[in-house]
Design a protein around this ligand. Sequence first.
Ligand code: FES
Ligand code: FES
Length: 162
Amino acid sequence: MASVSMTVNGKAVSGEVEGRTLLVEFLREGLELTGTHVGCDTSQCGACVVHVNGESVKACSVLAVAVDGADIRTIEGMAAPDGTLSVLQQAFQDHHGLQCGFCTPGMVMSAADLLQKNADPSEQEVREWLEGNICRCTGYHNIVKAILAAAATLRGEKIAAE
Ligand code: FES
Ligand code: FES
């Protein structure tokens, strides 16, 4: 066993993990942050995406010991403390960017990383960015629409929800 300490959604946390414990296991089982989902465990579906030091990372592809000392953000850290959704989360809701919701945490975390790197992505750029995130329900159309709408809102433009 090894001790790990990290900051998760702004709080200092620590725990004992095995060398083989994945970051997603530490988050879900160690910290009970079950908003980060596991859809494949083979780094394909993107349901487990979190931010590690500000970059989107598939949490099933990283060992907990490898991110000792890191700053982690999960979907639980996206809304304001009073529960107000982030612009991106609100856009997913407004534009029907989810159905079952299983992929949504990973989609939101991936999209948030895109928007911090590119404030005005094209539809094509959004679609390419989401290559590592699988959604079995929506056909992606409304997810892309939600991300483009969130980008516009964050740029100060107004887009009407349909
Ligand atoms: S659970 Fe990590 S990519 Fe699918
Ligand atoms: S909303 Fe069901 S998998 Fe995407």
